[in-house]
Design a protein around this ligand. Structure first.
Ligand code: CP3
Length: 341
């Protein structure tokens, strides 16, 4: 059905002619076509308008020719739907005037009717699928419960997330209530997304790496795992837990289809820790896309050789940076497409 199904065949563990390639945060940021829209509409308006969602999602498919599209949206639409007021501030990022800090705050957090509260996302998926016209698969995503908790407890981005950690360490039962509410909502949300037509799911645990291995198990993986087990029977799931190579072995013992790797972990170590049984995705340092196209090509070929061509999805080790020239993003994608063993 899907014309270029390399990404889905790889996730199913099939042998492929070359690895598929896409880039985390490919929808937006570095594309001039996106910045033109950004100047016209504020962030959450873009997320809530199916026409804009479809347009922004498909831009990197047309412009840099990636093998998969990722829906334009944000991980923070979930806590928004749970009743938390979130703004996206220019040059600051997410901002929450009343962060979640105590029992009353947690009680106020609702598990919403997602088909209603997040219906606009589903409309965005329908329109995007229609416009993609089966060219490439569409990835749906959500934040891992720990990463969502980090933002809503902290109130904004942070270097170390110590307020979020202190909340969890000093009130573990309350933290569990909050994390479980986020988990339950996320499962409902992702199941709706699958019904609406996404072909795979990625969980972003951008801040998993601020936790110790033990705390990662307790406050993050315990919940992400529930989401993986609930969704994996429906579509292939990918978990990207940044800075969490210490947890690769534990994560590989779940039904997750693929694990995202950041650039601080050697491909060979990631293969060993996952016993060669999972698809791995990653892991070029996004800052390499600021080097020359020749250097990018060489680094990318080297990366594919290190991971091996099979059970592998070429990607960056985190989101593409806003100041990357489009031709460099193209050089990365083309390097994967022209790879020969
Ligand atoms: O991958 C994609 O391109 C799809 C779209 C997408 C966005 N956010 C759009 C966005 C995805 C997958 C996300 C995920 C997301 N959002 C994460 C996890 C991935 C990661 O980068 O670690 C996180 C932590 C967020 C929260 C968030 N949203 C922050 C911290 C910010 C501000 C800083 C930034 O990244 O620019 C956002 C805003 C945001 N989300 C923008 C975009 C295109 C930029 C704001 C704008 O366009 O006005």
């Amino acid at each position: 059905m899907i014309q270029n199904d390399l990404f889905l065949r790889t996730l199913r563990g099939e042998t492929v002619e070359r690895p598929p390639v896409w880039m985390m945060r490919q929808a937006g940021r570095y594309l001039p076509e996106f910045r033109a829209l950004r100047d016209q509409y504020d962030f959450f308006t873009r997320c809530r308008t199916p026409e804009l969602v479809a347009e922004i999602t498909i831009q990197p498919v047309d412009i840099v020719q990636v093998d998969a599209a990722i829906l334009f949206s944000d991980i923070l639409v979930v806590p928004q739907a749970m009743g938390i007021d979130i703004e996206m501030k220019e040059n600051i990022g997410p901002f929450i005037a009343h962060p979640i800090r105590n029992t009353q705050d947690v009680e106020r957090v609702q598990i919403p009717d997602v088909s209603h509260a997040l219906g606009y996302v589903m409309e965005g998926i329908h329109l995007t699928k229609e416009r993609l016209n089966n060219r490439v698969p569409l990835i749906g995503f959500a934040g891992a419960p720990w990463t969502i908790l980090s933002y809503i407890v902290e109130g904004k981005g942070s270097k170390n997330f110590d307020i979020a950690k202190a909340f969890c360490f000093s009130q573990p039962e309350l933290a569990d209530q909050l994390l479980q509410k986020i988990t339950d909502t996320t499962i409902l949300y992702l199941k709706e997304k699958v019904k609406a037509g996404v072909d795979a799911i990625q969980l972003f645990d951008s801040w998993g790496g601020v936790l110790s291995p033990e705390d990662y198990s307790t406050f993050s993986w315990k919940y992400s795992r529930q989401i993986v087990e609930a969704l994996s029977p429906l579509v292939p799931t990918i978990v990207f837990a940044k800075g969490c190579s210490f947890a690769l072995e534990q994560m590989s013992q779940s039904s997750v289809a693929a694990l995202g790797i950041d650039w601080t972990c050697q491909p060979s170590l990631a293969r060993t820790l996952t016993q060669g049984k999972k698809v791995l995705q990653g892991n070029l340092d996004p800052a390499w896309l600021l080097a020359s196209p020749e250097q990018i090509t060489e680094k990318t070929h080297q990366m594919i050789r290190s991971f091996g061509k099979d059970l592998y999805i070429a990607n960056l080790g985190h989101g593409i940076l806003p100041n990357v020239p489009v031709e460099n993003a193209r050089a990365f994608v083309n390097a994967v497409k022209t790879f020969v063993e």
